[in-house]
Every structure is written in C-alpha cells, then in structure tokens.
Design a binder for this molecule. Structure first.
Ligand code: NDP
Ligand code: MG
Ligand code: MG
Length: 331
C-alpha cells in the first residue's frame, strides 16, 4: 500500500526557513508561488525576458526576476517551465547558481528520470507533483483545502530532503488532502503511460474511431458527435465520482450489459499487448528521446499531427454543435 502523509507529518517551518525560487508562472507555477507566499514562505518568481506571465505575477504581488537571478538568490529552486525546455533553462540559469545544500524541485520527473538534467551530488533533488491542474491547486488552497500530491526524493544530499519535500507540499495545501510517496521513476513512467495509453492518446483514438465508424455507415455526423464525444463527459464524471460502479449504477441496464459484452471486444488482448510495448518504450527511454529530438527539430511531425486532427470532421461538427449549448465554454 502507498505511504500517505498529512499536515501533522509535515513541518511548515522548514520551507519557511528557506528562500524559494519558482521558475515559470503557468498552470503550476502561479499556484505554487502564490500559495507558498500565503504560507509565509520567502518566494520570488523567475521568468525569461518577454514572458507574457510577468505582468500577471507582478499584479498578484510577487517579485519577478530573471531565472538566473531567482536561482542565485534562492536555496530551493522549483522548475515549473514546460518539460521540453527545462534542460535548457537549467543549463543557462540554474546550474551555475547551485550551491551544496540547495534543493532542486520539480513538478514532474521527466528530465531527471531520463538524465536530461544531471544535478551535482551536493544538491537535494525533490518532486512535489499535485494530481490536478494548477488552477484547482490554487483554488483549493484558497478555500482551505488541498489537492493530493505525490512526492519523491531522487537525491538526498542533506539528509533532510524528504522532510523539506513534505514541508513544501504542506505550503501549497497538498498535505491537507494527502501526499503519496513515490519515486521519480514511478511518477514519470506512469504519467507518460497514462496520458498516452488512456487519457489523451487512448481516449481520443477511441472517440475518433467510434465517430468514423458511425459516419462511414451513413449516420449523421452530428448524431455521431453526441454519441461518441459529447456524452463521454457524463460517463467520465460518474467514474470520477464513484468509479466504474457508480457509472454502471447510473446508466441503463442495456448500456451496462453492452459495456460488459462489447468493451472487451474493443479493448482486447491485442490492445493490451500494444500497451505493454508502449510502456516498454517509455521505460527504456525511447519515447523521451524521440520527443526531445522532435522538439529540438522544430516540431515538424507534431505540427503535422495537429493539422491532421484539426481538419477531422469531428472537430468542425463539434464547433457547430457546441454553439447550441450555452453552458459549454468553447474557448
Ligand atoms: P505552463 O506551460 O502552464 O507554464 C510554463 C511557464 O513557464 C509559463 O509561465 C512560461 O511563461 C514560463 N516559461 C517559458 N519559458 C521560460 C523560460 N525560459 N524561463 C522561465 N520561464 C519560462 O506549464 P505547466 O504549469 O503546465 O507545467 C510546469 C511543470 O509542471 C511541468 O513539469 C509539468 O509536467 C508539471 N505539471 C503540470 C501539471 C498541469 O496541470 N499543467 C500537473 C502536474 C505537473 P510565458 O508563458 O510567459 O512564456
Ligand atoms: Mg504528463
Ligand atoms: Mg446513448
């Protein structure tokens, strides 16, 4: 069973005694920086020249400096810039500003797991990854609650790395909900697998295949859109609230029977065998290497896929149908 930590297990004064730099002010960065500040932590935000987030951070009362200045001032450096550029930001702004005893923090383990960032031996390497988008992390914190986090230590140079990690998690509200101990390896590999096989890759491929099957059989795209994409939200909301059991309790008996007999024909042994291959490519670093090469190369295939799917009939159909639904925010 997973090890869980709550407020009483974490000592807020540890992080309150440090100087924290949050690099990046996007989804996670803004939530971490604001909640750290509200928890009485000395925090500065590091942003690059011309950053569009800078004004927002300053309006919200935070001091913004360059990433290098932030890293030089601080002894805890949380890197919350996009994953593909973290290695560059680290090399340009962080590396030379690390002293023994400092701590390097991450919200996702990819760059450490695959060795794109190799911190020196004298530095603690820690992770606090909230299991929710930054805006929810911040909103929950403001409401006196928190989003569960997972936390890990890759390198414990000081002997106090995990206590520091829990203290950081407490300052952003994580221990109010519960913090699960993991490793950089487990977090990175499961995160990549989940988003590829199930959440983003699996779900969008399933939706498109279902939609195409109906349209190719002569049904109206508008009807296919409702059945294969729109209604997915209702199902996912029920799973989110009460697992498969609540979803099956809520749908009709006919739908539940179809679920049992047809689901395993769609996601079958061949699908699972492919999932195992996908996982193996995540574990051996093939995926990360390819993705970093694609990024460095200017994203040619990424943009091609984006265009292809942008032109899919399901997208133009949805654009029109969403206009009929005043409560759906299509921005
Ligand atoms: P975002 O894309 O939302 O934000 C990135 C931020 O970094 C922006 O403020 C951007 O500024 C800034 N930035 C870009 N380039 C630089 C640079 N060279 N120097 C300094 N700042 C820069 O990122 P996320 O919050 O989504 O992701 C951050 C980390 O958190 C990642 O490791 C991610 O895996 C992890 N994570 C994200 C979750 C999420 O819900 N989004 C959940 C859990 C973990 P500007 O826009 O002005 O250029
Ligand atoms: Mg991810
Ligand atoms: Mg139906």
């Amino acid at each position: 069973m997973a090890e869980l930590f709550y407020d009483d297990d974490a000592d807020l004064s540890i992080i309150q005694g440090r100087k924290v730099a949050v690099l990046g002010y996007g989804s996670q960065g803004h939530a971490h920086a604001l909640s750290l500040r509200d928890s009485g932590v000395d925090v500065r935000v590091g942003l690059h020249e011309g950053s569009s987030s800078k004004v927002r951070a300053e309006e919200q009362g935070l001091r913004v400096v360059t990433p290098a200045e932030a890293a030089a001032e601080a002894d805890v450096i949380m890197i919350l810039v996009p994953d593909p550029i973290q290695a560059r930001v680290y090399a340009e702004s962080v590396k030379d500003n690390l002293k023994d005893g400092d701590a390097l923090f991450f919200g996702h383990g990819l760059n450490i797991r695959y060795g794109f960032i190799k911190p020196p031996a004298g530095v603690d390497v820690c992770m606090v990854a909230p299991k929710g988008p930054g805006h929810l992390v911040r909103r929950q914190f403001e409401e006196g609650r928190g989003v569960p986090c997972i936390a890990a230590v890759e390198q414990d140079a000081t002997g106090g790395a995990f206590a520091l990690t829990l203290s950081y998690a407490k300052a952003i509200g994580g221990t109010r909900a519960g913090v699960i101990k993991t490793t950089f390896t487990e977090e990175t590999e499961t995160d990549l697998f989940g988003e590829q096989a199930v959440l983003c890759g699996g779900a969008s491929a399933l939706v498109k295949a279902g939609f195409e099957t109906l349209v190719e059989a002569g049904y109206q795209p508008e009807i296919a859109y409702f059945e294969c994409l729109h209604e997915l939200k209702l199902i996912v909301d029920l799973m989110y609230e009460g697992g498969l059991e609540k979803m099956r309790w809520s749908v009709s008996e006919t739908a539940e029977w179809g679920d049992y007999v047809t689901g395993p024909r769609i996601v079958n042994d061949a699908t699972k065998a492919e999932m195992k291959k996908v996982l193996a490519e995540i574990q051996d670093g093939t995926f990360a290497k390819e993705w970093m090469a694609e990024y460095a190369n200017g994203l040619p295939r990424y943009n091609e896929y984006k265009k292809q799917d942008g032109d899919h009939l399901i997208e133009s159909t949805g654009k029109e149908l969403r206009k009929l639904m005043s409560w759906v925010d299509d921005k």
